[in-house]
Each structure stands twice: as C-alpha cells, then as structure tokens.
Write a protein that binds this ligand. Structure first.
Ligand code: GDP
Length: 426
C-alpha cells in the first residue's frame, strides 16, 4: 500500500505525528518536497523532536527513510539533525538520499535573508531557509544535484556558472560581498563525502519496493494552501506539497498512490504571511494559541507565534480537493475541550453573496467568514483512543465537519503523543 500524508490547510497540521504513528506498519517513509523550512513535531519514547529534513519514520528501526529527488537538501542541516537525533539515544536510522536531490547551499539562505530584508513590509514571511532561491535555481537549471557533489571538478564548474549572476545581485542589489567558487567547492565537496554512504538511486529502490508490495508512506511538508498552483499565491512555498507531486518528488508512478491522507487540525493555524479568513484575534486567539499543539501554537522551525482561528470548512474542502484526499485525519481535537461554544466557518461572504468555494487570492482577501456555532463538550478527552467513548457533542462536531468537507475522517488525534490516537472505521 502506498499512502501520501499531506496537509489540508496552511501547514503544521500534525503530519509528523501521524507519519510517526503510521510508520509502525510501514517499510519505507519518503520525504518528497521542501527542505528544512518546516518542522514536524514528534513525541514518543525518545522524547520530543522537531524534524526538519529527516523523514518521520526514523524512530522505527525497520523503516527505510528516503530523501526523494524533490527535496531541497541542506547537507549541513541534515547532518546536524542526524547527529542531534543520535545523541538522544535513537538507533541509527536506515537512510537513503536520492542522487538527483538538489543541494541547498549557504548562498540560498543568504539570498533568502537578504531578499526578505529588502522587501521589508512586503516580505513573504519566509523562514529564511533558502527555499525560494533554491527552487529558482533548480528550475533555472543552475542547481547542483547531490551526485554532482561527489565530482570536485564538475562541482567547481557548476558553482562557477551559478555564481556569475548571484555575484552581480549580491554586489549591486544587496550591497553584499561576492562569493568565491573555490571556497564553496572545498566546503561542499567535503560535505558530499560525508553524505556519500547514503547516496543512492531512490527511484530504483522504490520501484523494487513497489513490486514487492511493500508499505510506503510519502510524507508531505506544509499544506495544500501553500501550493504554488492551487494555494494562496504569492503566499505559498516554492515546491508543491500536494499528493499529486508526491509521485514525482519521490519517484513513483502516480497510479501507485492508493490512499491520500489529508491532515487538518480541529481548528485552524497558520504561520507566515498569507490570507486566513477564519483568523481570530485578541483574548480568544491568545487562549487558543496557548492551548494549541503540544506547547502552544509556536512555529516548530522559527518559534514564531502562529496565527490561529476556527475550523474553516471552505478552505479544508479546497485542501482535500486539490490533495485528492481519500481520508481526513483530524488532530488537536483535545485542544477544543475548554470551549463553551465552537464556531466553524461554513461559508464565505463575498460582495454580498454567500460562496462555498475557495476563490483565488485577490477575492479571498475580501471574503468574510460565515460561522455556525457548535456546542462545546467541556470534557477532557486527551489521550482517548476509542472514538465511541468521545462525548456526544465532540462526535457531533467531528461528524458535522466530515459531512460538510465531504471526506471521511478516519483518524482523530487526541494529544501530541504517539499513542494518543483514535482509529475510526467509516
Ligand atoms: P506538522 O509540520 O504538520 O508535522 O505539524 P507541526 O509539528 O508543525 O505542528 C503540529 C503541532 O500539534 C505540534 O505542536 C504537535 O506536537 C501538536 N499535535 C499534533 N497532534 C496533536 C493533538 O492531537 N493534540 C495536541 N494537543 N497537539 C497535537
């Protein structure tokens, strides 16, 4: 079975936790896009981790964890993260890195940082991990593949070519000192030698696993609304977080993905710039932010406070649509237990009309949320693993959302820890 685990919203939905849970049954876990610009929070017997590049299957000894060709691989971030995990008593995970994955370099981070500074108030809220400059280089065909790190002359030639335009930008737009291809070649060749033991043709491995009927999880990063084509452009990321791209970014035939598990929170949260119709402010927001996630709604990568709001049916239905979701997993249900009443955004009002679709950004900026109020259940449900034992009002909330979104909710997370999960047959 091949399943994609992807975000239905703005990201931070709890994909890491679910991947860690589902990896128990899996043979392979593959990261297929993005880089170290987000964090997947996992809490298990080893403690709490925020994984940025390592696939969330690393805590299971039999799982082979792959970095697919669609990933932006920052070698230093990868090696540091691996060292960090090993230093906490986790057994050395089984790893593979695609020889075709491209390398995110220091200068991508530098350019990302300088550009956000230049934009000032018009910035995109980038995590400054170099993602936009990285993917720009990839598609401008001046990127560097992992296999090219292993050939010093080729690496030098590629870097020299790539730096011509960058040095003009650095000098004349950003007033920054120029970069030197020789020094970069030495640094990245050495890093390539450290990565070498894991560098493989991941497509061949995946083809073999597919033929052998193995269980493969494709782990997405961020969420549908950050997709460059189907999201809230330009407040998007630079690679596609959609299950449709998972086939490409991992290296599998599209027909092989049999289940798409879209992940959503029982409320909404978003970090970084963008449009967020059901966002709330003031004391209500502060309370939800404080109670959300495992330690409040603060970015796993940056520590930035996340914007929070009520569940948005319109946005989630759009997220499920573009993901091609076959199932929905709802996380953070326990967080809502303190509320007397729980508003849910069921439609938008746009220029006096009520709409139920998710419009493109210029119109989305003008919509106002239409709320339906649900009664709260006011009972602590943390750690509940039996769906039937959840309070009636809690199940009504879940089932009303399921009906409005139109995708079966098969998993409910009732706490951040691995074991705090309800499987629901529908
Ligand atoms: P990801 O990037 O999609 O993996 O999500 P993040 O890790 O960035 O954010 C999800 C947050 O929700 C983290 O703080 C998780 O520990 C937390 N979390 C996940 N599931 C639950 C849950 O069911 N209940 C609570 N309270 N926290 C959860």
């Amino acid at each position: 079975m091949i399943r994609a685990i992807v975000g239905a919203n703005w990201g931070d939905e709890g994909k890491g936790k679910l991947t860690d849970v589902l990896a128990e049954q899996a043979d392979l876990v593959v990261r297929f896009q993005g880089g170290a610009n987000a964090g997947h929070t996992i809490i298990n017997q080893y403690g709490k981790f925020a994984l940025h590049l390592l696939p969330s299957g690393i805590f299971h000894e039999r799982v082979l964890n792959l970095i697919g060709p669609g990933v932006a691989l920052d070698p230093e971030a990868f090696l540091n993260e691996l060292d960090g995990v090993l230093s906490r008593g986790v057994a050395h995970p089984r790893l593979g890195i695609s020889e075709r994955a491209q390398v995110l370099m220091d200068f991508h981070i530098l350019l990302d940082t300088l550009e956000e500074e230049r934009l000032g108030k018009r910035r995109f809220g980038s995590t400054k991990s170099g993602i936009a400059p990285f993917y720009s280089d990839k598609y401008a065909k001046v990127g560097i593949q992992v296999c090219q790190l292993l050939d010093k002359d080729l690496l030098h030639e590629r870097l020299t070519g790539s730096l011509v335009k960058k040095n003009v930008l650095l000098e004349h737009l950003y007033h920054h000192e120029k970069l030197d291809a020789d020094a970069l070649t030495e640094k990245y060749y050495a890093l390539g030698q450290r990565l070498k033991p894991w560098v493989v043709d991941t497509s061949l491995l995946l083809d073999k696993a597919l033929r052998a009927g193995q269980d493969i999880l494709l782990e997405g990063q961020l969420g549908a609304l950050r997709d460059p084509d189907h999201g809230i452009y330009p407040y998007v990321t630079s690679s596609s977080p959609l299950a449709g791209y998972a086939a490409v970014g991992a290296g599998l035939p599209p027909w092989a993905i049999t289940e798409v598990i879209a992940v959503t929170k029982a409320y909404s949260s978003s970090v970084g710039a963008g449009v967020f119709p059901s966002q709330i402010e003031g004391e209500a927001a502060e309370e939800l932010r404080k109670r959300g996630g495992d330690a409040g709604e603060y970015g796993a990568k940056t520590g930035r406070p996340r914007d929070v709001g009520w569940f948005d049916v319109v946005a989630t239905r759009h997220g499920c649509l573009v993901q091609g979701a076959t199932q929905l997993a709802m996380t953070n249900l326990d967080v809502l237990s303190y509320l007397d009443e729980i508003p849910v955004c069921v439609a938008y009002e746009l220029d006096g009309d009520t709409i139920s679709h998710f419009p493109a950004t210029p119109q989305l900026k003008k919509v106002r949320p239409v709320y339906k109020i649900f009664p709260g259940w006011k009972t602590d449900i943390r750690g509940q693993t039996d769906y039937r034992k959840l309070p009636d009002r809690c199940r009504s909330y879940v089932e009303a959302i399921e009906q409005m979104v139109g995708t079966p909710i098969t998993l409910l997370s009732t706490g951040p820890r691995r074991e705090e999960i309800c499987h629901r047959a529908v």
